[in-house]
Design a protein around this ligand. Sequence first.
Ligand SMILES: [Zn+2]
Length: 430
Amino acid sequence: MPRLNHNEDYWLYTCAYNSSNKERKISSVKILDSTLREGEQSLGISFTKRQRLQLAWMLDYFGVDSIEISPVISDSHFESLKEMVRAGFSAQIISHGRALPEDIELARKCDAEWVAMYHSVSDIHLKSKLRITREQALERSIRAVEYARQHGLKLRFTVEDASRAEPSYLNSFITEIAKAGANRIGIPDTVGVMLPGGMANLVRLARDATDLPIDVHCHNDLGLALANSLAAMEAGADQIHTTIDGLGERVGIASLAEVTMVLRLLYGVERNFRYEMLSELSALVANYTGSQIPHSKPLVGRNAYTHKAGTHLSAIISDPEAYEVVSPREVGNRRRIVFGELSGKNGAAFLLRILGVESTSEISRKIARGLKNLQCGDLFEIELPESRELPHSMSSGNKKEEAEDEEQAKGTRPESLQAEANVEQALRAR
Ligand SMILES: [Zn+2]
């Protein structure tokens, strides 16, 4: 059972629920970030060469394994790739292009070691987009793979629109591409139509066709990109494609923050990512493009750590873990408390304490009623420091510790195995 980073009882149960359906143990998985390629296909997103280099530097420092960019788009992209290769990043720099000699040549001119080439494999793409037969598609693709290999390049081959391709054709296509010399196979859900189970099936099909490592690239058209990326990983894919904030064509792909944090928190995958940079990476993209990070974006959005309802507020003041699975500090975000008609007496009492005013239960109740009667919704918000920085009077952390000591003294703390057994028993009893 993968270990979570928390030893609290509630995490043991969470872990037991989550582990019951996992297909295989995940100990490591790679991250390819495509903000500079897929991300730039997002409406309104266009970076300058300088901005691309800054983002590449930060992504490398964050710890992603590969960074993808396409030199085919413009001279500026070509120059960006060239400089990224020259910069000597730890991350592998991937030159993305079509399965055509001219795109491979651009990669060579930039001294790239790795290329990623793609070719459609679904009938709808072959007929409507390329107007070629399945045989022509395979022949063209094999030629491109051989061309790249003859010129000493390593390559990933992405079977575009795999999730709508005829399975036996897809299987033989992957087999032939592998035979021709590809080093990796990319399995995309190009239009985001897979269910997690379907994505796992697709990866298994690819696994049957080849032993090569598999990338997975899931689009978010129906909001399933994260779930599908994880299902693909559980079925055997070893590299997940992400972008900052999930940017990309239409509604994009899986987000870097969500994928990396889920891997760490729920799969126990130990990578030395600098998670605390996640909010900064989002803010940088927003700053460069004049766009806004969606407020409701998990982990990095403004609302991710904003607490409003009175009951939540009182729990957060007592112990942030009551409503936060990852602390805001860990992802470079901030905790906020909203005061207004939903604050309740606990919120009112907290507000008074911050202001240094001695409060009684009666005063807090009156203020809470007053806030409600104003009928103005949210009045204002404040940033709340991490609990360990709260003055003792603001935090009841000590009470929590005392309660824990008591529990331990009673010997009632469930161990992970007991938690697992409890969950299994409950599931069986349904
Ligand atoms: Zn894509």
